[in-house]
Design a binder for this molecule. Structure first.
Ligand SMILES: [Zn+2]
Length: 454
């Protein structure tokens, strides 16, 4: 399974390497080479194109839709910062004093000035002290952990993360961190145990911001994917997914499939119009939703997802007054309706109309369904019921929406059952979308086959 391979990289390979480099001084070029090798392996496992696939996708957190692979160079920078920070706030006064005196000695050597708290802060943050003579050439000594700290601050600055060290009069350090989206965070001695994970979170979030802002084509779906933790959970545990869907989903979400209407298709000189219907531009949302030649498969996908909800629905015990019907044909004064599910409570006099839709435009899908069943709701309110329309929306590539969760609660699902149903629905949608795509591309076009008359 490709998810197991990713897991092995994330859980065994990188932490083992990180542990080794904590107490050594490796060359940054070697770490970058290791990162390149990891990147190559991950892209091959996930079938992302080696050239052109967005790098921040690999490093973004899993909850936001990325693959959550740690970047070894960044980890090394963080270890360098955290080691010095911890030595300066050590709870043992003798050890703390040792760290501070060593820093003071280095600062005095560097600037030739008296090591006041301000000058120590300037030294760690790469600033020129105010009192320093402009003609004075600063002196450096051997490569120690404090030099590594200073290099790390410079390198993280290139990622858009500014780390500013400040000392109080009693030489208590606090780190002021400015992130890419100009958030200011302050780490004092209370953060001793948490600083590494906090800084690492900031860096991975940074990659997500980069993906959405610097890669408008590849990152355009990522905000939808980041909305719910369920959408991307299979990357973490490898459950509710199969290998072929896993290999399909990354390219599809990054819009890197070789079809007419994408930058990839233009690069490969594929005709822009749909290869089946020749009516519209061949985008992924056209193939997986609107193309008339895939209509049967799209309906099949809808029915199978609905069947999953219905199956779980039947397992729940309910009052005798509450009735749930699947696809009932309702004849009203406003025309005929056939919603996917309807819940009627005769005692409380309430009616809830549920309808499932698998769409690429999630916000639009809610509006369409509410409009479609508005008249049915009016029909029931005229009869004296309180009627409500609750759409259930899933993205074509298995993106789950938080706005659909109240619908599942209304159907009576407990939170545990909800998790299972949502993850099963995501898998079914993804698997069918992959099949529709493969049929669209690789099977002979049945509409163009000529019938031979005898
Ligand atoms: Zn078409």
């Amino acid at each position: 399974m490709p998810t197991q391979k990713l897991d092995a990289i994330r859980v065994f390979l990188i932490p083992r390497f990180s542990y080794l480099m904590q107490n050594s001084s490796p060359r940054v070029e070697d770490l970058a080479e290791f990162d390149r090798a990891i990147k190559f392996a991950v892209k091959k496992i996930c079938r992302i194109p080696l050239h052109g696939g967005a790098l921040p996708y690999i490093y973004s957190p899993i909850t936001k839709g990325g693959l959550g692979i740690p970047c070894v160079t960044d980890e090394y920078m963080l270890y360098s910062i955290v080691t010095v920070y911890k030595s300066l706030i050590n709870t043992d006064p003798r050890m703390q004093n040792f760290g501070i005196e060593r820093l003071k000695r280095l600062v005095q050597m560097w600037s030739g000035l008296d090591p006041t708290p301000n000058i120590c802060g300037d030294y760690l943050s790469h600033r020129t002290p105010v009192d320093l003579d402009p003609m004075y050439i600063t002196k450096y000594t051997y490569m120690g952990n404090i030099s590594r700290y200073r290099n790390a601050v410079t390198n993280l600055g290139k990622l858009g993360l500014k780390i500013d060290a400040q000392f109080s009069d009693t030489f208590e350090i606090s780190l002021k961190v400015t992130t890419l989206d100009q958030k200011l965070l302050n780490f004092d001695k209370n953060y001793k145990g948490k600083i590494f994970s906090c800084l690492r979170n900031i860096i991975t979030e940074n990659y997500f911001v980069q993906l959405t802002e610097n890669y408008p084509n590849q990152g355009r779906m990522m905000k939808d994917v980041a909305e719910s933790k369920y959408t991307n959970q299979y990357v973490r545990d490898g459950r509710y997914i199969n290998s072929s869907s896993f290999r399909f989903v990354h390219r599809a979400r990054l819009n890197l499939l070789p079809i007419g209407g994408t930058p990839m298709g233009r690069h490969l000189k594929i005709a822009e119009k749909c290869r089946r219907c020749w009516k519209e531009i061949e985008t992924l949302s056209h193939i997986l939703g609107q193309c008339p030649s895939n209509e049967g498969l799209v309906t099949q996908r809808h029915n199978e997802v609905l069947e999953q909800i219905w199956e779980s629905c039947q397992k729940i015990k309910r009052d005798k007054n509450v009735q749930i019907l699947k696809e009932p044909l309702l004849k009203t004064d406003y025309g005929n309706f056939q919603p996917d599910l309807i819940k009627i409570d005769e005692q409380k006099k309430t009616v809830v109309i549920f309808d499932l839709i698998i769409s690429s435009h999630i916000a639009k899908a809610f509006e369409i369904k509410r409009e479609k069943y508005a008249n049915l709701a009016i029909f029931y309110s005229n009869k004296g019921y309180t009627a409500n329309v609750m759409p259930i929306v899933i993205g074509q590539l298995g993106t789950w929406t938080i706005a659909s969760e109240p619908s599942l609660e209304e159907l009576g699902f407990t939170s545990q059952r909800q998790t299972t149903v949502i993850r099963k629905m995501i898998f079914t949608t993804l698997n069918h979308s992959k099949n529709i795509y493969a049929t669209h591309l690789f099977l002979p076009n049945i509409h163009n086959l000529k019938v031979i008359k005898k």
